[in-house]
Design a protein around this ligand. Sequence first.
Ligand code: CS2
Length: 470
Amino acid sequence: MPADLIERPQTGIVHLGLGAFFRAFGCVFIEDAMAASGGDWGIVGVSLRSPDTRDALRGQDWGYTSVTLAPEGEQTRWITVLNDVLVAPEDPEAVLAEMSKPEVRIVTLTVTEKGYCHNPATGALNVDHPDIQHDLDHDVPVSAIGFLVRALQRRRAAGAAPFTVLTCDNLPENGRLVRGLVLDFARRLDTMLADWIEAEGKFPCTMVDRITPATTEADITRVAELTGRNDAAPVMHEPFAQWVIEDDFVGGDRPAFSASGAEMVQDVTAHEHMKLRMLNGTHSALAYTGYLAGHETISQTVADPIFATYVRQLWSEIIPTVRAPEGVSLTEYADALFERYANPGIRHRTWQIAMDGSQKLPQRILGSLAANLAEGRDSPALCLAVAAWMRYVGGMDEQGQAIDVRDPLAARLRDASDSADTPEGKVRALLGVRDVFPADLAAQLKRPVTAASVQLWAKGARAAIQEGTL
Ligand code: CS2
């Protein structure tokens, strides 16, 4: 359909952090919800850093292709739920103005773990973070938390209701976490504002799930072959999608999420822990061990029988720490995850998942480890994952090739690793990074993670799994 014939819904949502994941996930759910039950929930996307997505989508009237990668082949769909894309560093005032419009009732976020500017080990706002310092001193912000609070401040001044903040990042109790960060920030600006947000604001927790590898040049060419249309920014994803949302919105005002297959619940905690530990935890473990062993993607990694055994071992260590959501069998959930990982249509790079490990490890792996330690259970497979992360952030793979480590703490982690020559010394130094390891957990992990590291450095990841006592 020519662009000018598309009937657009009015904007009801601003999305902060418009990456491939939200375009493959939230945008599709929200478009489906409107198709089924109407409502004005068009989306204005905001890029907090680069103009690339805006530049790619502008010439296509903000439409793009969503490609489902099923083992039996691809399916494409043209998505038209975006009404505009703004680039915050170019025009932060335009972003605040959009977020302040009364018809915008929800602000969704996918800003990645590090985008919350918090301490991953404690969940507290990192007031030493340069973006937070900047935003406390200036009316026009740069951070996601700054945009949320400054826009809420404008709404309060204008006598409008707050928007619901709907975070879609893989963080534990993500809604409660962002609420705490927003309130802490707001209280430093104006206690009346903080009291108003505390009383009137809503921050439902969500569990989001759809594997969405970064789009490559080859994907762009493939989409043109499939559709006959040159789309500069298609999104590639698996068939599976699960969105579980706490039904707690300002004025109850929200899209008809259930009509699009999302699950509305009172408390999402059980779903969230299950997903963070069983999916994201094994994803990270496979990313570090698989990368070190020379595997490029998750599907290649689990096609290697040694790693297929390893991921099963990880689940057997994680499952005792997880409370199953009602009606869910954790062993069936693990089996389904294995099928999803094995999907050869998905080229999800171990390097991509390995990114930002310092922000991911606590909720993905350390929570399960701490729970097992408290119950006196050993977790050799999880300890090997921590050891593999430690070797990875040291910056050199098993073939002696440099690793492009992307992590907000990369320099500190590298210094810690370089401060010792032996695996024992490296583990000691890295366990001292308090943003990742609380002191009591570090003390308990010292012995088992050192044992895993000694094996890993001596033999490499593959042999450490194969010959170890896992
Ligand atoms: C992955 C996630 O990149 C990563 O760290 O573990 O993005 C994962 O693919 C999604 O959470 C799946 O829902």
